[in-house]
Design a protein around this ligand. Structure first.
Ligand SMILES: Cc1cc2nc3c(=O)[nH]c(=O)nc-3n(C[C@H](O)[C@H](O)[C@H](O)COP(=O)(O)OP(=O)(O)OC[C@H]3O[C@@H](n4cnc5c(N)ncnc54)[C@H](O)[C@@H]3O)c2cc1C
Length: 346
């Protein structure tokens, strides 16, 4: 039986540990505070195209493959843990306020269509039929039925219940035992394994009210974008900023912008309780794609998932399990190996 040490217990490390344990490995996750990193902040959108930039073809393919695996991943996890993970299939409403916003939105819709997806263009009146609480003055939009969402905090809770965790920080990889060590420490992977991972700050707010929105809403408002991610219990996650900053402060300006955009889209949200303001760090890489592969024999890395770590968790976990125990899914991450940066380190 192989012993595996997973350093980092966010959504990536815990998913990897769960999948490796299912292959019969003896797995220990090392993390002083599992689930406290980016995974605690993430909105949980599983949007394989909405969250990718134009042209990131290989990354989009990986994201779509992971999205395809999410239903089975969520079902298995829910069943094994006996805990809900908030998996929802209500899709995303894209909405635009001005002609320029609509032009921007339509660029995304055309790109999605070119990838074989079928976003459905909607007039303002049709948008409001789908979500009556949207503001009346909108230029138009679209409905993306393929987008899904989960609650990352519930996913982490379920995964934690199924894997062995040792609550300690690892500062030197030689201090953990295992036939294989997997580094999945998010932004901290830079220092631990010398990888070009940098923190990209994201601020968001959480609101809570009596009625849940019907779908995720992504708004284009005078050149700004904002998303509203509803949970079944009336929570709405409003996000997010993207800042090349290292401080973890929640700023008045960011909260102001997020709340203003949210209320401009759905005026009723002004009456909701403001329950949380948060800043987290996305583990970003030079080409926005994750770093998954063997760094040397016995050392595998799975990090740099940037804006899509929740979405990419199933495919990452399956690929790492195959890298460690052998199997075809290892091929899926060949384009994302650590060697692609030519020895460049963080
Ligand atoms: C505002 C915001 C919104 C987001 N929204 C989405 C979204 O809607 N959909 C989506 O797919 N993604 C989203 N993301 C991205 C997603 O959160 C990340 O890609 C994902 O959480 C990365 O997971 P991870 O496990 O690699 O890292 P993390 O969740 O950061 O986990 C890393 C873990 O490593 C541990 N650790 C650190 N140092 C050590 C050490 N020395 N020893 C042991 N353990 C250590 C930490 O305690 C932590 O638990 C969002 C991110 C942000 C910031």
């Amino acid at each position: 039986m192989k012993t595996v040490a997973v350093v980092g217990g966010g959504v990536i490390g815990l998913s990897v540990a769960w999948r490796l344990a299912a292959r019969g490995c003896a797995v220990t996750v090392y993390d002083p505070d599992p689930g406290s990193g980016a995974s605690h902040v993430a909105a949980g959108m599983l949007a394989p195209v909405g969250e990718a930039y134009f042209g990131e073809t290989e990354l989009v393919a990986l994201m779509r493959e992971s999205a395809r695996r999410w239903p089975a991943f969520a079902a298995e996890l829910t069943e094994q843990a006996g805990l809900d993970v908030g998996y929802r299939t209500d899709g995303t409403l894209l909405v635009a306020r001005t002609d320029d916003d609509l032009a921007e939105l339509n660029r995304l819709v055309r790109w999605q269509a070119s990838l074989g997806l079928t976003p459905q263009p909607l007039r303002a009146s049709e948008l409001r039929e789908r979500e009556p609480r949207l503001v009346p003055r909108l230029r138009g939009g679209a409905f993306v039925a393929d987008d899904r969402q989960v609650d990352p905090r519930l996913v982490v809770r379920a995964l934690r219940s199924l894997v062995r965790v040792e609550a300690r920080a690892v500062t030197d990889l030689s201090t953990v035992d295992g036939d294989v060590v997997v580094v999945a420490a998010g932004c901290a992977s830079a220092a631990l394994a010398g990888l070009p991972v940098r923190p990209v700050k994201g601020q968001l707010v959480r609101l809570r009210g009596p009625v849940a929105l019907r779908a995720v809403i992504r708004g284009y408002l005078d050149g700004r974008t904002v998303y509203l991610v509803p949970r079944a219990d009336g929570e709405v996650v409003v996000g997010a900023t993207s800042e090349e900053r290292l401080d973890g402060a929640v700023t008045a300006g960011a909260v102001l912008d997020l709340l203003r955009s949210a209320v401009e889209l759905v005026p009723d949200l002004a009456e909701y309780e403001l329950t949380e303001t948060q800043a987290g760090f996305r583990p970003g890489t030079p080409d926005n794609a994750p770093i998954i592969g063997a760094l040397r024999p016995g050392l595998v890395v799975a990090t740099g998932h940037y804006r899509n770590g929740v979405l990419l968790a199933p495919v990452t976990a399956d690929a790492v399990a195959d890298l460690v125990t052998g199997g075809p899914d290892a091929d899926l991450v060949k384009p994302f190996g650590p060697d692609r940066f030519g020895g460049r380190t963080g």
